[in-house]
Design a binder for this molecule. Structure first.
Ligand code: ATP
Length: 376
């Protein structure tokens, strides 16, 4: 059986050394990326990092200052937005409240030469695709936020773009609705098979939905990877900090070997960090750091045998969340380098019927070298 991943597919969007200036403000600083056909791709970053600007340059709403943008192999220089094979869905829905749902969805077909019966059929199909079958005659203003977002999606999809560009499409929805729409968008994207490019500042949303994610800071791509690689092996401390929670401890590099880098770090002692977990990019930090995720190590119950290596510690803080608990733990020897004791955060799923240990309890942490990342 052959497995095709999106990696094997043809490039749909290519940006080569794309720069964008707004007067003398350098908003995009040399963007290089390739988004493949059928990929669900996200641009993720904090406010002002340039993700919307990048999306708008792909859409053709912004000119680029230098560089090349290709869509489906064609240079987009001088091609206006309405002649590009892209369609954009905005956060603010931009649906017409005085029209019906069907009129909104069919809006882009005004100049389509097909008969009105054929167009009505296309509208019905688009509505069915987004889970709004039978809603055509309703007034658009009477819809909920989630339903309006679906109408906006149907209106974009009916034009059969090669690329759908989504600018924070779910950010106006409440949490439950947003999570539901995330799953629906993934299903929809798989069903229609077109390339989706999503702009979001919500790291969880990007991790849940994307095949690959470009993390942007200040007009540059800091890392471009799949969700798991991004989460497990962030390329810099800044990316690690932006995506989820990561603990950091100072480290002294002892030597580099074929298997990895031997370091000494308070709390964990002397460890060899496997090469794949070594990140060379660590701008702005005082020195090498060890990083690990709260769920990357585990707290052992009193008589539980350890798998892997063990460090003792004392529980400093307990934050109970129902399904899981966060523990802040002072690892033994954690203040050894500089006298500064840094509690580390560890998360554990709660086991029904088992007590959550209290603050002040002595405990043991089970960990392995594979769950540690070195930033040098
Ligand atoms: P947000 O999530 O807040 O929308 P973003 O990452 O999408 O942020 P952009 O909207 O791309 O960021 O903006 C990037 C930078 O460019 C910001 O500093 C912004 O102020 C600036 N900028 C965006 N549009 C213009 C414009 N039309 N004229 C001048 N500066 C602009």
């Amino acid at each position: 059986m052959s497995v095709t991943t999106t990696q094997d597919r043809k490039p749909m969007i290519e940006c080569r050394d794309v720069h964008k200036y707004y007067a003398d403000y350098h908003a995009l600083r040399g963007i290089d990326l390739t988004i493949r056909e059928g990929e669900f791709f996200s641009l993720l970053g904090p406010s002002g990092c340039g993700k919307t600007t990048l999306l708008r340059t792909i859409a053709g709403f912004e000119d680029i200052s230098s560089g090349v943008v290709l869509i489906d192999g064609q240079d987009m220089a001088g091609v206006p937005a309405n002649r590009r094979p892209t369609n954009m869905v905005f956060q603010s829905y931009a649906i017409f409240p005085h029209l019906t749902v069907a009129e909104n969805v069919g809006f882009g077909l005004r100049r389509d030469p097909r008969s009105s019966a054929e167009k009505a059929k296309a509208v019905e199909e688009a509505l069915e695709m987004v889970g709004l079958k039978g809603y055509g005659k309703r007034a658009a203003h009477a819809l909920s936020g989630g339903q309006r977002q679906r109408v906006a999606l149907a209106r974009a999809l009916i034009l059969k773009p090669k690329v759908l560009l989504l600018d924070e499409p779910l950010s106006a929805l409440d949490r439950k609705m947003r999570e539901q729409m995330q799953v629906e968008l993934i299903k929809l994207q798989r069903q229609v098979g077109i390339t989706f490019v999503l702009v979001t500042h919500d790291q969880e949303e990007a991790l849940v939905m994307s095949d690959r994610i470009a993390v942007m800071f200040e007009g540059e791509i800091a890392q471009l990877d799949g969700p798991e690689a991004l989460y497990a092996r962030p390329a810099s401390r800044r990316v690690a900090d932006f995506i989820g929670v990561m603990n950091f401890l100072p480290a002294h590099v002892i030597e580099e070997t074929a298997e990895g880098v031997r370091v000494e770090t308070p709390g964990f002692g002397v460890v060899t960090i496997p090469q794949r977990n070594v990140s060379r990019s660590n701008p702005g930090d005082a020195g090498p750091m060890i990083g690990f995720r709260p769920e990357g190590v585990s707290l052992l119950a009193a008589n539980q045998p350890a798998t892997g290596r063990v460090t003792g510690g004392v529980i400093d803080e307990v934050v109970y969340y129902g399904d899981m608990t966060y523990y802040d733990v002072r690892l033994d020897g954690s203040a050894r380098f500089d006298g500064v004791s840094r509690p580390v955060r560890i998360s554990m799923r709660n086991v029904f019927g088992r007590d959550v240990p209290d603050v002040g309890t002595r405990t043991r942490i089970s960990w392995s070298e594979g769950s540690l990342v070195l930033f040098r």
